[in-house]
Design a protein around this ligand. Structure first.
Ligand code: AMP
Ligand code: ZN
Length: 488
């Protein structure tokens, strides 16, 4: 089977055929950098990380562009997210952007997410955005309002709504956003906004001093780096409307060409609300766990395993139990990798146990079959769990296994589990000797001693362990299923 992708644009799985053989041009909507990234962001960017890793594993030359939004993404109140944060922190907007852009890359690096080839910023591409708006005005797709704002006229683009399956004018009157007086139609969206005197993110333009609307940045930057038509456009499904829909309308109207050929959207990561109903994790709702906090409790490989255990298109509920189960799964795989590498150190030359190579071939075939089916990572993971069972049986059987076979097992784990899924570390020694591992082992030992002290009703010792750890900034949390620790 060749690679098939579920194309949101046509709502079906399609054979993947890039525009240029062997090459993939891909754009993914990046974060708005006004706060630390949360685990919901990790789901989206880790999913595309595996997409890019797999495409490269399959031999494609991938050019991966992912923007950073640092201007124009407004809150429902109409305030720019970056400006609001800057005001609260009494900092310059670009200080905020710099702080959180660095924080984002730090988190992505820690998660083993391969950096995009180009990470363009909206504020660095104002001339490109202005040029595109001018084209849209010339072609009659946009208009300048009396107030000095520029809007896209959604009625000028008959296909508006094709991605999210909406039709213009279909929204109920009551749910329409405020009908702005200077818009021709309520659905028209801003390309350029006039800046009020207090709005300090501002640039000169043919329409006066102002700032771009949010959507135009992606159209302008995708075009600059990937051309009018490119292969894959990705993002979180929550941005399908209006953001992605507006990108398509702007680009196809300005360029007179198709925009992205395959649209891949990632299901949201949710957390249960007070009634137990899953709600999207989001910065503006305040129901988020930052990646930094999650990484204090769990290894990056465990977070990756947790996210890859569901198909990228599905929503996922974030819970400690799900992470615990991912942790157990990862430990199983990693245990077999460690055992293989330990045995390799003293293995004899020769091809004893050669029959196992057929199992490795089968694993590889099934892994590729799963990933070729719209990047089915849970299916691919399942092949590694199956392999792990067989590897454990082989290595614990007492049967002689030669160096060649052990090397082949290690290579299979490295390529499929490491290179593609990013859950098998290159170097076992680094994991075993790493500070994080050692610290975790020490804290867990103290947690066990505290549990023993409590069981013996020696509460003074139990409290001393907890308090002294707290002094070191390590907080213990007792939960029904055991005690966990985090760095405060
Ligand atoms: P934002 O920083 O809100 O602009 O979001 C950046 C990207 O992360 C977008 O593609 C969103 O769709 C995605 N994203 C935000 N929250 C979540 C979530 N809870 N689950 C999955 N993806 C998300
Ligand atoms: Zn975008």
């Amino acid at each position: 089977m060749a690679l098939h992708i579920y194309n949101v644009l046509h709502r079906e799985k399609e054979l993947f055929q890039p525009l240029e053989e062997g090459r993939v041009n891909m754009y993914v909507c990046g974060p708005t950098v006004y706060d630390h990234a949360h685990v919901g962001h990790a789901k989206t960017y880790l999913s595309f990380d595996v997409v890019v890793r797999y495409l490269r594993f399959r031999g494609y030359d991938v050019l991966y562009v992912q923007n950073l939004t640092d201007v124009g993404h407004l809150l429902d109140s109409g305030e720019d997210r970056i400006l609001k944060k800057a005001r609260q922190a009494q900092a310059r907007p670009m200080q905020i952007v710099e702080t959180y852009a660095r924080s984002y890359f730090e988190d992505m690096d820690a998660l083993g997410v391969v950096r995009p080839d180009i990470s363009p910023r909206a504020s660095g591409h104002i001339p490109e955005q202005i040029a595109m708006i001018e084209t849209l005005l010339e072609k009659g797709h946009a208009y300048v309002s009396d107030d000095g704002n520029v809007y896209f006229d959604v009625y000028s683009y008959p296909e508006y709504g094709k991605l999210s399956n909406r039709r213009v004018g279909e929204q109920e009157a009551g749910t329409r956003e405020d009908v702005r007086e200077d818009k021709r139609h309520p659905e028209d969206f801003a390309l350029w906004k006039k800046a009020e005197p207090e709005h300090i993110l501002r640039w000169d333009s043919p329409w006066g001093v102002g700032y771009p609307g949010w959507h135009i940045e992606c159209s302008a930057m995708a075009r600059k780096y990937l051309g009018d038509t490119f292969d894959i456009h990705g993002g979180g499904v929550d941005n399908i409307f209006p953001h992605n829909e507006c990108e398509i309308a702007q680009s196809e109207s300005a360029n007179d060409a198709d925009f992205a050929r395959y649209w891949m959207l990632v299901g949201s990561l949710t957390v249960p609300d007070e009634f137990g109903i899953p709600v999207k994790m989001s910065k503006s709702l305040g129901n988020f766990y930052t990646i930094k906090d999650a990484l204090k409790l769990h290894r990056a490989e465990v977070l990756r395993t947790f996210i890859l255990t569901s198909h990228y298109r599905n929503p996922v509920v974030f819970s400690e139990e799900a992470l615990e189960s991912a942790s157990k799964g990862w430990e199983r795989i990693y245990g077999a990798v460690r055992l293989t590498r330990e045995k390799l150190r003293s293995a004899e030359e020769g091809d004893a146990g050669n029959a196992f190579l057929a199992t490795l071939d089968k694993t590889r075939d099934q892994f590729i079959e799963a990933m070729d089916d719209d990047f089915n990572a849970p299916g691919a993971l399942a092949t590694l769990y199956d392999l792990t069972r067989e590897v454990n049986t082989l290595l614990n059987s007492g049967q002689a296994v030669g160096k060649a076979v052990l090397e082949a097992i290690d290579t299979t784990y490295r390529e499929l589990g490491g290179q593609v899924l990013g859950i098998v570390p290159e170097d076992t020694a680094a994991v075993m000797g790493g500070d994080a591992e050692r610290q975790d082992g020490l804290v867990r030992m103290l947690i066990d001693l505290r549990a023993d002290a409590r069981a013996a009703k020696d509460f003074a010792t139990a409290d001393r362990i907890r308090d002294q750890l707290a002094e070191l900034g390590i907080v213990l949390e007792d939960r029904p299923d055991g005690t966990i620790w985090r760095v405060d």
